[in-house]
Design a protein around this ligand. Structure first.
Ligand code: FAD
Length: 459
């Protein structure tokens, strides 16, 4: 019987635990995390008032009891690979046979005057979400975002839903620079401007001051923006403090191989903290997205439980609905000199870019009104082409001529059949732990439950 220890109760840690419990029912599993287990990705729904705070949590006491997982709400300060122990913030030590480091990442700090203190916040934790909501409660708050990246816009979208007045400041010449190319970003900025959201690009915030109970953000071009709240969202960085001087190799994140192993035997890393293989390039990369955290967690958990499972790498992807404009990018979307097929519509914000490597699609960007289902519903098929590396052969010319008709080549090339054959763990996926058959819902029914009940087929 082995003693597995997981540090970090985010999706990487939780999916590793569920996988280990399925594959190694008799082993000991402990989770050590400095926060209760919850999903950051769900925070925007909580902020927009669409779900209660209780729905943010992914594992409560009863869930861990069912999985027979010991939990410790503590911070881990150090990993000692030679002794196979962890040192916690209270100086106690915890031994392990196998260890998963799933400590996630933290927002990058900015250091200009006024960049911390009341009315200036990141949005990365539940505590940040609570602080922001209490600051803007009951008013049509004016909010300035410093940083126009993926996370910034997810939060912006939530605040738009509750009627905030929003502006964005971005040092790069375009918004969403790590998700959209120039043209798509310009279309998105135009859409936002029509909704009353100004994006100030190519400028830097240089100072935040307090004036009459409000915040004043000074920009590098001399302008200033007055608001109630400033949200700083300039990127995230993996949490690596605990492995400092441990001999565990790091670059941007903790370097892991195709089994999610670090360079030290029996120590694994997963999720935002890990720098694993990028599916498109075969090179190490930190992705800092939920799908990578989930896949890493499952693969690491399987290997810790004694199954030798190799991972093909994580597909870089961002999918974002910003004020009802749907945007998405996959794989090698930048193009970088590769052949591309681009569709644009002069009369509405529609943009599609497919990036080719010979007859394979290796990257894509989608943009269009979220309500326009017909324009966007083949996004998943293009993702399927990438994931299966399907050669389109003579269908390539068809797609180049008809880039809005992906369905025919998708069916003809049997990409879906290839997808069916792809399994992360080399076999059937077990039931997720929280869906125990005898379990009753832990929360009160919501209107959504009512809909499901009333639409249940009769008989
Ligand atoms: C508002 C918001 C919205 C997002 N939306 C999306 C989205 O739509 N799509 C998407 O793909 N991604 C999204 N993300 C990103 C996604 O949430 C992260 O990629 C994901 O949470 C990473 O999972 P993880 O398990 O690696 O780390 P985390 O979820 O960060 O969990 C790590 C845990 O480890 C704890 N920890 C860290 N250091 C220690 C230590 N030394 N000792 C003990 N515990 C420690 C942390 O406090 C944390 O609880 C969003 C993020 C935010 C903040």
């Amino acid at each position: 019987m082995k003693r597995h220890v997981v540090v970090g109760g985010g999706p990487a840690g939780i999916f590793a635990i569920e996988t280990m419990r399925t594959l190694a029912p008799a082993d000991e599993i402990s989770l050590i995390s400095d926060e209760p287990a919850y999903s950051r990705m769900v925070l925007p729904y909580f902020m927009a008032g669409e779900i209660p705070e209780a729905h943010v949590f992914t594992g409560k006491d009863r869930y861990f009891e069912r999985l027979e997982v010991t939990t410790l709400l503590k911070r881990v300060n150090r990993v000692d690979p030679a002794r196979k122990t962890l040192t916690l913030a209270d100086a106690s030590t915890v031994p392990f046979d196998t260890l998963l480091i799933a400590t996630g990442s933290s927002p990058v700090k900015v250091d200009f005057p006024g960049a911390s203190g009341p009315g200036v916040s990141n949005l990365w934790t539940l505590a940040d979400a609570r602080a922001i909501l209490s600051r803007i409660k009951g008013k049509k708050a004016k909010v300035v975002f410093v940083g126009a990246g993926f996370i910034g816009f997810i939060v912006l979208n939530a605040l738009a839903k509750i009627g905030c007045d929003l502006q964005v400041v971005e040092v790069e010449p375009q918004i969403l620079p790590r998700m959209l190319d120039r043209r798509a970003a310009a279309l998105a900025a135009e859409w936002l401007a029509k909704k009353g959201i100004q994006c100030h690009v190519g400028v830097r915030a240089t100072e935040i001051a307090d004036r009459g109970g409000q915040k004043v953000v000074t920009l590098s071009d001399g302008r200033s923006l007055t608001c109630d709240l400033v949200v700083i969202a300039v990127g995230v960085r993996p949490n690596l403090d605990l492995v400092k001087d441990s001999g565990i190799r790091t670059n941007h994140g903790i370097l892991v191989d195709d089994h999610l192993r670090t360079n030290v035997p029996d120590i694994y890393a997963a999720g935002d903290a890990a720098e694993g293989i990028d599916f498109s390039t075969g090179q190490p990369a930190v992705h800092a997205i939920q799908p990578t955290a989930v896949e890493h967690g499952r693969v690491a958990g399987a290997n810790m439980a004694g199954r030798a499972v190799a991972y093909a790498g994580s597909l870089g992807m961002n999918i974002l609905n910003v004020v009802k404009l749907q945007t998405a990018s996959f794989g090698l979307w930048r193009g970088d000199g590769k052949e591309t097929t681009v569709v644009e519509n002069a009369s509405r914000p529609v943009y599609r870019k497919l990036v080719w490597d010979e007859d394979r699609i290796v990257g894509a960007i989608f943009l269009g009104p979220a309500a326009d289902v017909a324009l966007l519903n083949d996004m998943g098929m293009v993702k399927g082409f990438l994931q299966t590396r399907t050669p389109l052969g003579e269908w390539k010319a068809y797609v180049q001529k008809n880039p809005m008709d992906i369905r025919r080549p998708y069916v003809a090339s049997q990409a879906a059949v290839k997808l069916l054959d792809q399994t992360l763990l080399g076999g059937e996926t077990g039931e997720r732990g929280y869906r125990f058959r005898d379990a009753k819902p832990e929360s009160n029914p919501t209107p959504a439950h009512t809909i499901f009940v009333s639409t249940k087929p009769s008989g």
